[in-house]
Design a protein. Structure first.
Ligand code: SF4
Ligand code: SF4
Length: 122
């Protein structure tokens, strides 16, 4: 019985389209519901550090004096906590996979100074 099933599967796979693609020439569409990867809109970020404190994997580092926001995507498990907790809503889950890499790396972005709001003169 098992041998019959296996034979049927083997024969069937001879006539099926392969599941694999010729990456990087061909790319697979991200499936619906894929959490993707974290992106920070640095023009809105205020370097408050809440994302760093809430991340269960210690994947985020916020350096306020140097105005740097850093994420180690190899530690991130795409739980989405930082996105939910960010008070400025500048973190989002971009659909699609992070770019493949031969080496582990840490992504760091410079957060620009935001102009202070003008004071009202009465
Ligand atoms: S919680 Fe949001 S605003 Fe605060 S440092 Fe993180 S990304 Fe920036
Ligand atoms: S998605 Fe989760 S694991 Fe990834 S950086 Fe945000 S809080 Fe950390």
């Amino acid at each position: 019985m098992g041998g019959f099933k296996l034979g049927k599967m083997t024969l069937g796979s001879l006539f099926k389209k392969p599941e694999t693609v010729l990456y990087p020439v061909e790319k697979k569409e991200a499936p619906a519901g894929l959490k993707g990867h974290i992106v920070n809109d640095v023009d809105v970020c205020i370097l408050c550090g809440i994302c760093q404190r809430r991340c269960p994997c210690a994947a985020i580092v916020v350096e306020k004096p140097n105005r740097k926001w850093t994420i180690d995507k190899f530690r991130c498990v795409q739980c989405g906590t930082c996105v939910l907790e960010c008070p400025k809503h500048c973190l989002s889950m971009e659909p699609g996979w992070p770019a493949p890499s031969k080496e582990m790396y840490i992504e760091s972005v410079d957060v620009p100074e935001h102009p202070k709001p003008m004071k009202k003169v009465s």
